[in-house]
Ligand binder design. Structure first.
Ligand code: A2P
Length: 347
């Protein structure tokens, strides 16, 4: 790493993911010589926290990307489509948290523990960060796939509202307070009431009857594990939880894997923590384990007694941290290890 100090931009710095990107850059002491917080004109001039410091938010529309080494984008797909190529043309490596480029063949889709080598091949100067629901599955599925071969995955997600951004969290809080006060609620961000309810729709419906959030799990799993033969059958559900996504996962492997073999494999898997005791509370939940934490937690590991090569798992992670901001910073750390040259050297 030497004395390399990078100029880092966070685009979407006032958002739920952006503010956590800043927090994690500070927490992990990323070798940044300067950090620039960027958002829309609405927030320009406001201050956001970066460790013990405060950064003044810059307006993306008028910001000059010259001199930026690494840009972390989390301001939505349309903003990424318009501005990420401009930052890349100015010489920055863009790490993009939106779905704008994830399925392009010339943009790597990287989970730091699973396919870090893919980050080196970035002809457009853009590296994509996977969707949160795929992200937390990968550190768990990758070792199982490597050792036992995965044929098929059935997954039902229980996704917290923070995945929908700050306005989605505000909507859950507002509706909860209104309903407890016997007031009527008006859904705005979500299609129907989210407080005290579940919504089996995240993102738009596709012609095949699945939602886009569900199809992301299919496309991204195959791309990250580098195996288009893996069958994925997802159902994505929004639940009234603030932070932490959960997933009930059923895996069919080529070679039989026992629960004990799975526990052993997953205990050794980077970024994964096994919490699997058959007693009340001996499993991970979003509130008790995941919220505010880095690892992906796995529990309820058991044989699928309806299938000769089936295994059941319960996978929980903080969707804002490992599901988005942490992985983006870990990709930035891969660039440091790779020896990315900063534009300006400091002694
Ligand atoms: P702003 O606060 O200025 O609107 P979240 O997903 O939590 O809602 O956050 C979205 C992030 O994307 C925010 O930081 C938001 O900034 C930013 N953003 C939204 N629209 C734009 C835009 N047109 N230009 C720059 N940043 C934007």
């Amino acid at each position: 790493m030497g004395n390399n100090r990078y100029k880092v931009a966070v685009v979407g710095a006032t958002g739920a993911v952006g503010e956590t990107m800043l927090a994690i850059l500070a927490e992990r002491q990323f070798p940044a010589g300067a950090v620039v917080a960027i958002a829309s004109e609405r927030s320009a001039g406001m201050q956001v926290a970066f460790g013990d410091d405060a950064l003044v938010v810059q307006d993306l529309a008028t910001f000059d990307p010259a001199g930026i080494d690494i840009a972390l984008f989390s301001a939505g797909g349309s903003i990424s489509k318009e501005y990420a190529p401009k930052f890349a043309e100015a010489g920055a490596v863009v790490i993009d948290n939106s779905s704008a480029f994830r399925y392009d063949d010339d943009v790597p889709l990287v989970v730091s523990e699973v396919n870090p080598e893919a980050a080196r091949n970035r002809p457009r100067g853009i590296i994509a960060n996977p969707n949160c629901s795929t992200m937390q599955l990968m550190p768990v599925l990758a070792p199982i796939h490597r050792e036992y071969g995965i044929e098929r995955v059935n997954v039902a997600t229980y996704q917290s509202v923070s995945g929908g951004g700050r306005s989605a969290m505000e909507e859950l809080g507002r509706q909860t307070a209104q309903l407890l006060n016997f007031q009527d609620i008006q859904p705005a961000k979500f299609p129907v009431q989210i407080a005290f309810n579940l919504i089996p729709q995240i993102d738009e419906f596709q012609p095949n009857g699945y939602t886009k959030e569900e199809m992301k799990l299919v496309w991204e799993t195959q791309k990250i594990l580098g195996d288009a033969s893996i069958q994925v059958n997802p159902t994505a559900v929004r639940v009234p939880v603030f932070y932490g996504h959960s997933e009930a996962v059923n895996v069919e492997t080529r070679r039989k894997i026992t629960p004990e073999q799975a526990r052993e494999l997953l205990r050794a898997a980077p970024g994964v923590e096994v919490v699997d005791e058959q007693r009340a509370g001996g499993y991970p939940t979003p509130v008790t384990h995941a919220s505010g934490k880095d690892p992906v937690f796995v529990g309820r590991i058991r044989e699928d007694f309806s299938h000769p090569r089936g295994l059941n798992l319960w996978v929980v992670a903080d969707n804002i941290r490992k599901g988005a901001a942490l992985n983006a910073v870990q990709i930035a750390e891969l660039l440091v290890v790779e020896g990315l040259e900063p534009k300006t050297r400091t002694a």
